[in-house]
Design a protein around this ligand. Structure first.
Ligand code: FES
Length: 149
């Protein structure tokens, strides 16, 4: 069975799979990285968002073969309870999670934006989080702006 060496949260993880098209989402969850959620499975909801070489992407649409050679970051690798990423700290401070299911994907998209643009506008934030956001989450632009300061 073919093996894939994936760089996930700074560690190399060897994964055996007979299916090169296996979604990265399933691989990550199989590795116990369950902050990455299955939502739609169609690349439309953003619940499965991870960083691949610093770019936000939907892991349900990325195959294990696509992920090989890229630095994959999940919510577990972004920060820790004692040292949260600034966007994680802002989400906690502003009690953003609501039900929490989609929060991981939102944080990953916001973190990718802040890595690329330290002073994003509200429009930048809305565009970057578009895949993650339903209209009711538009208020997240405020906490994300404050995290950028
Ligand atoms: S599960 Fe909805 S975009 Fe991946």
């Amino acid at each position: 069975m073919p093996s894939y060496d994936l760089r996930v949260n700074g560690s190399v993880r060897r994964v055996d799979s007979s299916d090169a098209d296996k979604p990265l989402l399933y691989v990550l969850r199989g590795l116990g990285l369950t902050a990455t959620k299955f939502g739609c499975g169609l690349g439309q909801c953003g619940a499965c968002t991870v960083l691949a070489d610093g770019m936000a992407g939907q892991s349900c649409q990325m195959t294990i073969a696509d992920a090989q050679g890229k630095a994959i970051t999940t919510l577990e690798g972004l920060g820790s309870a004692s040292k949260p990423h600034p966007i994680q700290a802002a989400f906690i401070e502003h009690q953003v999670p609501q039900c929490g299911y989609c929060t991981s994907g939102m944080i990953m998209s916001a973190a990718a934006l802040l890595a690329k643009k330290q002073q994003p506008s509200e429009d930048d934030i809305r565009i970057a989080l578009e895949v993650n956001l339903l209209k009711k989450f538009a208020s997240l632009a405020g906490p994300s702006s404050r995290a950028a300061r």
